[in-house]
Write a protein that binds this ligand. Structure first.
Ligand code: SAH
Length: 351
C-alpha cells in the first residue's frame, strides 16, 4: 500500500513544516500560522483542532477538512505492577490498531512504537505477524503514538525505539519522514541519537538508510549465527543472506559510526547452544557490536520456549569470552503481554 502520494490525503501530524506552511497559505492565512500549528502538534502533543485555540476558527475548519489528526484512541492500557511499564493498544480512525509501550529507566522514558499494522515478515516467534500485514502506518500515525503516550504520562520522552509491530524498512519513506519530524527543532526536537530502528534485515532499506544523513541507532534482529538456522525461524532469511545483511550493516557503520546492535532472541533447542554462541562470536568478529540477548517471549500459538536462566548466562559468558559486548534485555512488563503483538492479538481474537 502506498500512502506517500499526494499531500492531500495526509494526516496533520505527517506534514513537514514546509508542507504545513503551504497548506496554511492555500487556506488564505499568513505563513506564521504554520509555526503555531507545528508547535501545538509536535512540541505540545496536541490531539485535536479544538486545542489549537490561538488559531482563527475558519482556518481550523478548512484545515481539518484537508488534514485530520492521526491521533488514535486508547483502547486499552496495561500497567505492569513489576516495573511500571505501560502498554497501550491504540486504535486509529479506520479501525486499525497497534501497540506501543513506555518503559521507564533511570535515565528517562523510552517509547517503543509500531511502524505497521501487522507485519508480512512472518518471523516464527513473533505475534505481530500472525495475521500478516494489514497496512503501513503514516509518519503521523507513528508520531501520534508517541504524542498519545506523552499526553497520558505528562512527561517528556527521552528515547524512541521502532521495535513494535511491523518492519520499519518495509515502510521506508514514512519511517524517514517520521524521523525527520521527530527530530525537528520546532517540534519534539528529539536527538537523532536517541532513536533506534530495528530491522529483520531488509538489505535495500539498510543501505538506503546508510546513504541518508540520519545517524539513528540501527539494530539487526539476527537470532541465529548462520543462514541455515535463521531460515527456519525467519522467512526473510530466504531472501537476504547473512553475508549481504552484514555487509549492509557494515556500510551503515562506515557512514554513521554508530555502534551496531544485534538482537538475538534465545529459543530453547533452536539457537541457544554453546556451538551457536561460538559461531555467533566468529560471525561478529571485527564489528563494533553489542549483542542484546532476549530470552524469547513464549508465543503459545507457535510452541516456542525460552531457555533456562542458566543456559542464557552460559550463552552470554561464551560470547564475552570471545570479547563480544553482551547485554541481556531486562524483561519489562512480563506480567502484561510482554511480547510484540500479543496485546493486539488478544484484543482482535476477543472481538
Ligand atoms: N521488524 C523489526 C522490528 C519489530 S520486532 C525487527 O524484526 O527487528 C522487535 C524485536 O522483537 C525484534 O528483534 C524481534 O525479533 C523481537 N521479537 C519478536 N517477537 C519476539 C518474542 N516472542 N520474543 C522475543 N523477541 C521477540
Amino acid at each position: 500500500m502506498d500512502n506517500t502520494e499526494g499531500v492531500k490525503e495526509r494526516d496533520l501530524e505527517s506534514l513537514t513544516f514546509e508542507e504545513l506552511t503551504e497548506a496554511v497559505v492555500k487556506c488564505g492565512e499568513k505563513p506564521y500560522r504554520a509555526a503555531q500549528i507545528f508547535s501545538h502538534v509536535h512540541a505540545h502533543a496536541a490531539a485535536s483542532y479544538e486545542e489549537l485555540n490561538n488559531l482563527p476558527k475558519s482556518l481550523r475548519t478548512s484545515l481539518s477538512e484537508l488534514y485530520p489528526f492521526a491521533a488514535p484512541k486508547t483502547e486499552a492500557l496495561q500497567v505492569s505492577r513489576l516495573d511500571g511499564t505501560r502498554k497501550y493498544l491504540f486504535r486509529f480512525a479506520d479501525g486499525a490498531s497497534v501497540e506501543s509501550v513506555r518503559m521507564s529507566y533511570h535515565h528517562g522514558h523510552t517509547v517503543c512504537i509500531s511502524s505497521q499494522v501487522g507485519c508480512r515478515m512472518g518471523c516464527l516467534f513473533c505475534a505481530s505477524t500472525l495475521n500478516g500485514l494489514v497496512r503501513n502506518l503514516t509518519a503521523g500515525e507513528m508520531l501520534a503514538q508517541i504524542y498519545a503516550v506523552i499526553r497520558d504520562g505528562g512527561e517528556r520522552i527521552s528515547n524512541v525505539v521502532v521495535m513494535g509491530c511491523g518492519e520499519p524498512m518495509d515502510n521506508y519513506d514514512e519511517l524517514v519522514r517520521f524521523i525527520r519530524l521527530l527530530t525537528d527543532m520546532r517540534g519534539q526536537a528529539l536527538s537523532i541519537r536517541s532513536i533506534t530502528v530495528s530491522t529483520c534485515g531488509v538489505v535495500p532499506g539498510i543501505r538506503k538508510l546508510a546513504a541518508e544523513d540520519l545517524p539513528v541507532n540501527l539494530a539487526l534482529s539476527l537470532h541465529a549465527p548462520n543462514d541455515e538456522i535463521r531460515k527456519t525461524i525467519m522467512p526473510s532469511a530466504r531472501k537476504w543472506a547473512l553475508h549481504e545483511i552484514l555487509a549492509a550493516m557494515r556500510e551503515y557503520y562506515e557512514s554513521n559510526r554508530r555502534r551496531l546492535t544485534f538482537e538475538y532472541s534465545l529459543i530453547k533447542g533452536v539457537n541457544d547452544s554453546e556451538e551457536c554462541a561460538d559461531e555467533l562470536a566468529r560471525l561478529l568478529n571485527g564489528y563494533n557490536a553489542l549483542v542484546n540477548l532476549i530470552p524469547v517471549n513464549p508465543v503459545t500459538e507457535r510452541g516456542l520456549k525460552e531457555p533456562s536462566r542458566e543456559q542464557v548466562i552460559r550463552f552470554q559468558k561464551k560470547l564475552e569470552k570471545h570479547g563480544i559486548h553482551v547485554t541481556i534485555r531486562r524483561e519489562m512488563g512480563r506480567d502484561i503481554d510482554g511480547a510484540c503483538g500479543q496485546l493486539r492479538q488478544r484484543s482482535e481474537l476477543n472481538g
